[in-house]
Design a protein around this ligand. Structure first.
Ligand code: COI
Length: 356
């Protein structure tokens, strides 16, 4: 593929984009970090706005031990993907949605945020500077990880005086080791991911450290991941550690409504639209464990996991299976509807695709 750094974004902070092919087995990608060439970074002070960032070689960053993000978890992250099309063009999926989610999260976490335009320009620059790391069509995608953190020093509890916005990328394949095969979830009845009034609805880094214990215990017992319940009634579904959840019954699809404790997933929102276009009736509402156990199909959505079918759910020691070990028809149909759009194989009638 030709390296085209003359596309719609200026890469003026670097002298050249490496074009040599990378030594990587594209057939063997999982979801682990692969070091790429460049990352994008931009700083600003508390009370000010981000102005100009730059591409720098990918590598470790220097940070004061008393940085807000290290001491008090003042940090947010995002996740989105770039796909390579057969014609060599590069596609981003709804990057403005990630930008807007970072802005709303930054308000909750008392941080300045890049504007939508700055966010998208930074993402484009990071992708184009690392173009040779984008997998060939059908082999995976380039996962883009924007971070926003309190990088200035604080000792007493307060917003940090300085902030760093950073974007790094890594080629990825499937998130779960099961690949596209159904995953096995266990419902967590003791630990919770989020509480009303807390930060469950924003993509703050602390939400993810908080699930590691339950996730680790579940994995040790052979499950793929954990499904969380609401902390008040312990009866309504919330989400899985790294993705949202959907239940299918006949022509009806339900997913927990967004009410502060659930991450407003961009894949979640897109799948709701794709499902409605395919003729399903979709409800965003409280979904009970009983509905989950009674469903025809269950699947998870997320940028990293895309659409992952669920093969079984274990709740209080009882295991319910879906389908006959294969991928359910509805999950398959929605996966295909979404990924065809993301990969540029279907007509982008909704204007979700940003072509680089
Ligand atoms: C994503 O799906 O992009 C996420 O941010 C989830 C993360 C735990 C991999």
């Amino acid at each position: 593929y030709a390296t085209t750094n003359a596309r719609s974004v200026e890469l003026d902070s670097i002298s050249s984009v490496p074009s040599e092919t990378v030594d990587i087995n594209w057939d063997n990608l999982g979801f682990g970090l692969v070091h790429t060439d460049y990352m994008y970074t931009m700083k600003c002070s508390l009370g000010e706005s981000f102005t100009k960032g730059e591409l720098v070689p990918f590598g470790n960053i220097e940070i004061n031990p008393s940085a807000g993000v290290l001491n008090y978890g003042q940090g947010l992250f995002e996740g989105l993907k770039a796909y390579r099309k057969e014609d060599g063009n590069i596609l981003l999926f709804r990057p403005e949605e990630n930008a807007k989610r970072m802005i709303s999260g930054s308000e909750r976490m008392c941080m300045p945020s890049p504007s939508v335009d700055q966010f998208i320009q930074a993402v484009k620059a990071a992708v184009l500077a690392n173009e040779r790391w984008i997998p060939p069509p059908g082999k995976g995608s380039l996962y883009i990880r924007p971070l926003l953190m309190g990088s200035g020093s604080v000792l007493g509890l307060a917003p940090a005086p300085e902030y760093t916005f950073l974007v790094y990328v890594s080629p990825v394949g499937n998130y779960f080791k099961e690949g596209l095969s159904p995953i096995n979830l266990v419902v967590e009845t003791e630990m919770h991911r989020a509480t009303p009034g807390g930060t469950g609805g924003v993509k703050t880094i602390g939400n993810y450290a908080a699930v590691l214990k339950a996730q680790g215990e579940a994995k040790a017992k052979g499950y793929s991941d954990v499904l969380y319940l609401d902390s008040t009634h312990k009866k309504y579904l919330e989400e899985v550690s790294s993705c949202n959840i959907f239940v299918v019954k006949g022509n009806t699809i339900s997913t927990p409504d967004i009410k502060g404790t659930i991450l407003p997933g961009i894949t979640r929102k897109s799948i709701i639209d794709v499902a409605r276009d395919q003729g399903f009736e979709v409800f965003e509402k409280p979904v009970t464990v009983d509905e989950l156990l009674d469903a025809d199909e269950v699947f998870c959505t997320g940028t990293a996991v895309v659409v992952s079918p669920v093969g079984s759910i274990t709740y209080l020691g009882k295991r319910v299976t879906y389908g006959s070990a294969g991928v359910g028809l509805v999950s398959q149909q929605l996966y295909s509807g979404l990924t065809r759009l993301q990969m540029g194989l279907a007509d982008d009638k909704k204007g979700w695709i940003v072509e680089l």
